[in-house]
Design a protein around this ligand. Sequence first.
Ligand SMILES: C[S@@+](CC[C@H](N)C(=O)[O-])C[C@H]1O[C@@H](n2cnc3c(N)ncnc32)[C@H](O)[C@@H]1O
Length: 329
Amino acid sequence: MAAPGRDPFHAGSADEADEAVRGTCEDASVCKRFAVSVGYWKDPYIQYFVRQAKERKAPEINRGYYARVHGISHLLKAFLKKTECNCQVINLGAGMDTMFWRLKDENLLPRKYFEVDFPTIVTRKIYNIKSKPPLSKPIMESHSGESLLIDAHSLDSCRYSIIGADLRSSSELEEKLKKFNMDTQLPTLLITECVLVYMTPQQSASLLKWAASTFQTAMFINYEQVNMADRFGQIMIENLQRRQCNLAGVEVCWSLESQKERLLLNGWETANAIDMMKVYSSLPQADVKRIEGLEFLDEKELLEQLMQHYCISWASKDSSNLGLETITF
Ligand SMILES: C[S@@+](CC[C@H](N)C(=O)[O-])C[C@H]1O[C@@H](n2cnc3c(N)ncnc32)[C@H](O)[C@@H]1O
């Protein structure tokens, strides 16, 4: 129900739509925690952000998450290697992502790691960090100098910042990032993992354009749905709509071509897009063998269909000639 005194079809429904989008943060982290608990990949930190799933997740969902996490981390690490970690990473719509802690454990922290999400999500993340030493200690360890800023809505340390902002307003985003010492001259990696699809095509285009015009040397990694015009895609859309979650940006998710085109039309010099089946096929044989041994999968076809309906696209612009356009799977 919309709040009293509000136009039930506009103000109320916009808030409700945003609330449903924020709800996807919980979905993603619960699924990741479950897959971690089965042994798909190691993440000692996710347990501090989200409860264990009440029911088992299907093996095809777990494998899908494995491919997603592997795919993003493969491209991220390639960028860190090209820049020798002399860079910054900005994870947009980061939710309860734990990459900062995992990179610190591997001694791969960039000069600064930023995360942005809606203020209510950020408040929840910061609350967990403050109350759980395995999360707060690594931040203190990587911090030096002046006292670290941490309140309910933001966290700012030397190497890690969390910012509450709406990604649909680039000016708000830029202002807050600058306040926390974002350096537009540093090679910069921006990540949107299952985020752009919740914005209209105009809003995601304006975010991509802002990123391409703000940083001279940069890479953008995006994970989201693809091939959504077919029957399977339509069912995915209907399932989400049933939970009041509207994929406002679904038009861009028609094909790999439309994904690439959006990047190229919004200021990026090179663009690639591959579906998750391709990512899965690029995994080393030993990894495939290990994860396929974790759970019995009855429905191979369903797994393939699911993987063909998600993709990773990435783009670069490379004024420093670091060779970013050669990054691939
Ligand atoms: C599906 S979740 C993914 C979370 C995380 N990237 C992951 O993959 O685990 C989508 C996230 O994007 C955030 N988000 C979506 N639209 C946003 C916006 N306009 N401004 C800020 N955050 C947004 C949501 O709050 C949510 O945390």
